[in-house]
Each structure stands twice: as C-alpha cells, then as structure tokens.
Ligand binder design. Structure first.
Ligand code: AMP
Length: 392
C-alpha cells in the first residue's frame, strides 16, 4: 500500500508560524526542520491548549514545548512579580533542568526574556537573588523549589504556564507528593504541558488531575521499532560512500531499498551516480513537484525503480510495504530520525535490515543514536572489504 497524505500539514518551522526571532535562533543552532513531536505539539501549545505528550528524551521534546512557550511569552510581554515567574518547568534531575534552561536561553536569545534554573546540592542564596526581580521562565527540580517556597524566596501565584517533564522519572524518584504540593499553589487558570516517556497508571492519574481537556501527542516508542530491524554500520570516508552504496545495492540490498540522504542536493547526486551505473533510482525531496513525487513513488511501489532516495521530510507520509533495506547514506543529526528511518523496513512482520554509512565527521551522530536506542549498532564490512574498526 502506498499513500502520500500529509502534504498539506506544516513541515517547517516557518509554516508552524514561529516568529522571526525564534527562526533566527533555530538557524543558529542548526535545526533545519521540526522533529515529529515538534510538529505535533507546537500548534496546540501555540493555541493555548493543555498537552499530554508521550515522548522520550532524544525526540526533540524540549524544543517542542520551549519554542511555543517563548512565542506566547513574547506575544504578551508582562513583568513577572518579585520572586515569581510566568512559566514554571519542573524537571526530575539537575542535569535535565540545566539542559532545559540552556535550551530556553538558546532559542530565546533574540527575545530578551529572563530565565533561571534551580536545583539542590548548591547554595540557595544565588538562586534566591536570581528570582528577586522575577523571571519569565523558572526551571526547577521539585525538592529545591519547595525549599524556596518555604523560605518565601519563590512565589508561584502568577504562573501562567506549567510544564512537567519526564513525569515517569519523577515517580521513580518519589517526587509525586512534592509535585502535588507545588501544583496546589499555582493558579488553576493556567496552561499545563505534561510529558512522560511512559504512562503507567499513577502517571495517568496525575496527568488527569493536572490537565484540562488536553491534546494528546505521542511519538512511537523507540524500542519496538529498533528491536524488529537488523542493523549495521559501515565506517567509510565521504569520498567512498557512493561506491559502498553501489556495492551494497548489488550484493546485499537486492530488493526494494529506501536510501536516506540529509540534503536534497545529496539525494540528486546519488540518483545520478546510480543511474549512470545502471541501477534504476529516483529521488523524492522538497524541490520535486507533487506529480514528480507521486510518479517516483508509483514507480517504486511497482518495482520499476527499485531504489528510492529520500530526504527525511519528503519521506514523511510515505507508506510502502516490502522495503527490504533502508540505507542511511548520511546519518541524521536528530537521533530519533534514525528510528523513524529504520522503521520504514520490516513492516507488517517482514524481515528488514538497516545499514548506515558513517563518515568520520558523523561519529558523534552515531553516538547519540546509540544512546537513544540503548544498543551498539554492529559494525559491518563494506562488500568485499574488511570492516573498519570502531574508533574508541
Ligand atoms: P531532547 O529530546 O529535547 O532532549 O532533544 C534531543 C536533541 O535533539 C537535542 O540535542 C536537541 O538539540 C536536538 N534537536 C531538537 N530539535 C531538533 C531539530 N528540529 N533539529 C535538529 N536537532 C534537534
């Protein structure tokens, strides 16, 4: 079955309606397109809705809530009260709290908003002083926030947006009672965003008590996809990639194969090389017209072109059964994209294999992917070669 739906949904940060200062910051941090959780969550958050999201770290969920929150703060600027904040983000650990604070700072750097972070294990005085004049965004771990509430160095009676991140982890760390206590001091008239990697009963109950008529968003759990697909990585130089791809298509990936390229230009170059080498291939990406994309897909489905080269955005909404191999010509810089890509094979219980080509400057991407999927991708040899060792 093939279908090409989703062609009218927003696929870029611009079409999501983010303001210029945010787009500029995103360009500076190098994000070119939204991740699936960002596509799902940004519109309802911008619309002021409560959101209940199921997403793991690595999916881009921090930006999924931080970007629309920053936009809403800037749309309606207002001074936070002394000791108070307009947005409160609760995070289970100091590391995550710091990262979230850094993200708000990076994305909001052209907006002149004030953010601060507080967690335990460091003196309270500086944290209290940072709050003295009020901040736009406060990121906090629950225990330290309660200390400050008791010291009356923080007040939460003017909070407009509450974010609870990694709720299931909060449960594991025994933070549910502190959270209920914190939430009871925040106005009921607020926007609440609730994120968790899993939704056990206790977390579902907590969400039910905190959220009003929430929009539900979810991205596929990483493990189920990853377990179904056999994976391998070939270490190679950039210059050799096209030869390795050709050899793979001749010797290993002999059936219907989807090849992912990070850029449109790269996709076109690969198609040209394959066609010149006698392998029928076509590309689908954002510079192709809708009829061209549909034609390429129809040919792929019918087996007239057995190799389709796609960029991540163009591949969204394509649903083709019987893809025996996915080849990552380039590794994605968002680890979750890897999981989405490899999920294009091994559909409907079929066997599938995903092979990634990894150049020296992509090793950091591979590391993040392996962290997300909690497995090492086995090293493979390029056809006819001995495997290149994994760097330490
Ligand atoms: P998170 O799930 O929020 O921990 O994000 C995982 C990683 O993905 C972080 O290193 C982010 O900087 C990065 N990231 C988030 N959104 C995007 C995007 N749209 N494009 C590229 N990288 C992203």
């Amino acid at each position: 079955m093939t279908n090409m739906t989703n062609t009218n949904i927003p696929t870029s940060f611009e079409t999501l309606g983010l303001r210029r200062e945010l787009l500029q910051a995103l360009e500076e941090v190098g994000y070119t397109s939204p991740t699936p959780i960002q596509l799902q969550a940004i519109p309802p958050v911008l619309a002021g809705r409560d959101v209940q999201g199921i997403a793991q770290t690595g999916t881009g969920k921090t930006a999924a809530f931080a970007l629309p929150i920053l936009q809403r703060l800037a749309d309606n600027r207002r001074q936070a009260p002394r000791g108070g904040c307009r947005v409160l983000v609760l995070s289970p650990t100091r590391e995550l709290a710091s990262q979230i604070n850094d993200s708000f700072r990076d994305y909001g750097k052209h907006m002149g908003l004030r953010t601060t972070v507080m967690f335990g294990g460091v003196p309270k005085g500086r944290q209290a002083r940072a709050m003295a004049n009020g901040v736009d965004v406060l990121v906090a771990t629950p225990g330290r926030l309660i200390d400050h509430m008791q010291d009356r160095t923080v007040r939460l009676d003017m909070v407009e947006v509450l974010v609870l991140d990694e709720a299931d982890h909060m449960l594991d760390l025994g933070f549910i009672i502190p959270i209920r206590r914190i939430v009871s001091t925040i106005p009921a008239q607020r926007q609440t965003l609730f994120f968790s990697a899993t939704m056990p009963n206790e977390i579902g109950t907590l969400a039910g008590a905190m959220l009003k008529n929430p929009v539900h968003v979810a991205v596929a759990p990483v493990a189920t996809t990853v377990e179904r697909v056999e994976q391998g990585v070939i270490f190679t130089d950039v210059a050799r990639k096209r030869h390795v791809l050709f050899d793979l298509l001749v010797d290993v990936a002999k059936g219907r194969t989807l090849v992912f390229s990070r850029t449109k230009h790269g996709a076109d170059k690969v198609v040209k090389h394959l066609n010149e080498s006698g392998i029928p291939a076509a590309a689908i990406h954002g510079n192709k017209s809708q009829p061209q994309r549909e034609q390429a897909l129809a040919n792929f489905r019918a087996g007239r072109t057995r190799v389709l080269i796609a960029t991540d955005i163009a591949a969204r909404g394509i649903d083709v059964d019987g893809v025996g191999h996915v080849i990552n010509y380039d590794l994605p810089n968002v680890p979750e994209t890897y999981v989405h890509r490899i999920g294009r094979t091994a559909r409907a219980g079929a066997d599938g294999m995903a092979i990634s080509l990894c150049a020296p400057d992509e090793r950091a991407f591979l590391k993040s992917i392996e962290k997300l999927i909690r497995t090492r991708v086995p090293v493979m040899a390029a056809p006819g070669q001995t495997p290149q060792a994994r760097a330490a």
